[in-house]
Design a protein around this ligand. Sequence first.
Ligand code: SF4
Length: 475
Amino acid sequence: MMRPTTVASIYIETFGCQMNEADSQYIADRAASAGYLIAEKPEEANVVVLNTCTVRDNAERRAYGRMGHLKVLKEADPALKLVVMGCLAEQDRDRMQKIVPHVDAVFGTSELAQMGDAIAQWRPNFDDTDLTEERALLVPFGGAADCVTDAYSHLRGFVTVQRGCSYYCTFCIVPHVRGRFDHRPAAEIVREAEERVASGAREVMLVGQTVNAYKDPAGGSDFGDLCKRVAALPGLERLTFISPHPKDFTEKIIRDLAQVPQLNPRVHLPLQSGSDPVLRRMNRKYTMQQFREKVDLIHRYLPQWAITTDIIVGFPGESDADFEATLDYVKTGVFANAFMFIYSQRRGTPAARWEQVDAAVASERFKRLADAQNLASRAYHERKIGTVVRALVQGPSKKDAAKLAAKTPDNATVIAPMPPGYDEALYAREPWIDVQVHEGFIWGCTGTIVRRAERYADAGAPVQRPLIDLLAAQA
Ligand code: SF4
């Protein structure tokens, strides 16, 4: 159904990492303060924003594909503003409007504030517009809307702690499009986290490209100090962060993290490769010996924490022996989960100019690595069988609306049958559920909700089990 007339609205679609999600959240907040509604479909919006990513060739192609797709919408309603932001906008700012001239505006990664200003200035143009007349006959445009306020979206709040990265890994486009480190003052970060908590966030995620390299420009305090300051905010229940660099985990920071009970017990530690020659060519700034030492420190000070990772397969020059070293390390089961990718050439990065690994060889290696990690991920989730895990509700499962999805603090997905008399408003107020885990899979766990709690630390009240679940147990 088309939305009612005369209310200006903005649609935001986000590709890529949590950094982009945090930027989209900023734009949504600015648009909402300027009087826009957040639309669920592009065909219902006056301003359509694509927040783009260039980390892999595929992401870039998808973003251009989406811009092409949305041209029909622009032709049907020339008053609509189609805006591109994010890393691809930064990388292609000079040529984008030649490639896709129907795009109205392109904002680079350092122009968020200007973009917010422009959207606010456009707002009066959309008074008295009637979208239903102009667009009712268009086919749906699909896509996943971001920043739409549902009953649960306020429960998690992103806070950006730093922009850019100064490390120049040879495969990565980020420093080229987002620039060098630009750390926000700690006081500003704490203030923003406080605002998120005041607007209902139960969990705050500190976001940065290399988040644990954080240094307060005012006093030089580090990431461990920052976590302690944010965790001290009254009302903050859980704290988490993404994405750290192995090199920047000092023993001091890890000891600090161990003193913050609100921190979620999961650390993402991107390995990228298990071979020293490849790590050197990647300019990762650690050896396997040093990576293992970081893992040992985490095991020593944070013994309950899950470690997850990113791995690139088929990096230029990766030999069979290099790959086997990565595979052997993954087979130790050290990672609870891993995001694995076949190397993708990024224009403007050194590795794109080097001799590439044969595509068939890379995909065969990828399959072997995925098989090994899948065993470890399933085993990690199976270890939860028979236990009761506390998880933060995310809403009805995207695959099955008869089920509720939630995330445990160690970032495992849990899916459980909808409780009888499910009331969205009640679960948004009391969003912590205790799930008795029955099965573990590669992607997460299934189980049954046994309790619901208002606060993470509360004991919680019993929840009636779905009838179907009781019948299954009796069978
Ligand atoms: S640390 Fe490396 S991979 Fe991460 S953002 Fe910086 S350059 Fe890219």
